[in-house]
Design a protein around this ligand. Structure first.
Ligand SMILES: [Zn+2]
Length: 388
């Protein structure tokens, strides 16, 4: 199986083929990330400059260290050819060291290996973790939507959605239009992973290869999007998830809930007229509710936005502001929302992520489930601290 275009005199070692050895190698790769530092020499206390970061040629990503690098010209995105590079091993993975013996010259992106994807190992969604690269994934397109974003001066379209196999689901964003359609089964190669707002994401670009496949072993979108609720304990164990459904009882609200003011530029909540990024701003009124939901196996937070809060509370933003004019104490609104929601059973679907404070769900839908109020009260009191 030929994995790369035949090059007449291929002197470079592909990054996936790197093995620790005493023989220096020649490589051709793109700088994926780079950081400039200085370390202090023990011998004379002098400062020695150092670049470190990640290199990728599409077949693998490896860490590199470059002693006494040039003052400039090596940035994220730079493609370079380097001969006389040492290969070492750190925690079972190869790493590259550039020294005074290494010769580096600029190279062009078209010289990078063209990957077909078939040479990459097949991974399951559950096995993916940044900075994984050089893998193949067979998955179902659960959903996909174009979204217009501004990059610098330019308007660009990014295709965002969700892919799934039997082991889990992962969000993706693609800068190329692969004409993806919900429901189809695809094989993806040449993508890479990143973590964005504590959420893992598969990123596809014009170097990625997408092909349609026949796959009966992949879940149908409906199985994921309309799956019944799981226990909150299971969602916590999984660290959240892209298409989470839970059902539980409202046991509290976390601040800030109720009327909040947001920065008109970044939508962060504004405290005393100050956005922590944009400074003094004219805050825009908004409603939110950070609902604590408990199903007996655990608790998580639902970040309800304005529309969901208005619907669950039965009070609009305009009405809430009018109430404040009569009683100018914002904590009253929070109490009124809690009074309306406490003990209600909600079924929530959305995207869950986990941090030190537990799992938070960004809801796509919140349904109130009819419940026997006496039974709910009994269930609730059984769950109060000391009642467990
Ligand atoms: Zn701001």
């Amino acid at each position: 199986m030929t994995s790369v275009d035949p090059v007449p005199t291929l002197s470079e070692t592909r990054l996936r083929d790197l093995r620790p050895s005493s023989e220096p190698v020649e490589i051709l790769a793109r700088v994926v990330s780079v950081e400039r530092r200085e370390v202090t020499r023990r011998s004379d206390g002098g400062r020695r400059p150092l670049l470190s970061g990640l290199l990728s040629d599409g077949t693998a990503t490896v860490r590199f260290t470059w002693w006494d690098p040039p003052r400039e010209g090596i940035e994220r995105g730079t493609v370079l050819r380097a001969a006389g590079v040492e290969v070492r091993e750190f925690r079972g993975r190869p790493e590259l060291t550039f020294s005074w013996k290494t010769r580096v010259e600029p190279a062009s992106a078209v010289e990078l290996p063209r990957v077909t994807g078939e040479e990459f190992p097949l991974k399951r969604v559950v096995d993916l973790a940044p900075p994984e690269e050089g893998f193949r994934l067979r998955a179902r397109v659960v959903r996909v939507e174009p979204k217009s974003v501004t990059v610098g001066e330019e308007r660009r379209v990014v295709h965002e959605g969700l892919l799934a196999d039997r082991t889990g689901s992962i969000a993706f964003s693609s800068w190329s239009d692969f004409q993806l359609v919900p429901g189809e089964a695809i094989q993806v190669a040449g993508g890479y992973l990143r973590t964005f707002r504590s959420r893992q994401q598969l990123v596809l670009d014009d170097r990625s290869v997408v092909s349609r496949i026949d796959a009966d072993d992949l879940p149908e979108p409906a199985e994921l999007l309309h799956a019944g609720p799981r226990s909150i304990a299971a969602v916590e164990d999984a660290g959240g998830g892209e298409a989470v459904a839970v059902e539980g009882i409202v046991v509290g609200l976390l601040p800030p809930s109720g009327l909040v003011y947001r920065c008109p530029t970044c939508r962060r909540t504004v405290k005393s007229g100050i956005c922590r990024v944009h400074g003094q701003v004219e805050g825009q009124a908004d409603l939110r509710a950070r609902i604590v939901l408990d199903d007996g196996t655990g608790a998580l937070t639902i970040n309800a936005g304005r529309a969901e809060t208005e619907r669950l509370w039965g009070v609009t933003l305009a009405e809430a502001r009018a109430r404040l004019r009569d009683q100018p104490d914002p904590t009253l609104l929070e109490e009124q929302i809690l009074e309306r929601l406490l003990g209600r059973r909600l079924r929530v679907r959305g995207q869950g992520s986990k941090d030190d404070f537990g799992v938070t769900i960004q809801p796509e839908s919140i349904e109130a489930v009819d419940v026997d109020l006496d039974a709910a009260a009994a269930e609730l009191s059984a769950r109060m601290p000391g009642g467990r």
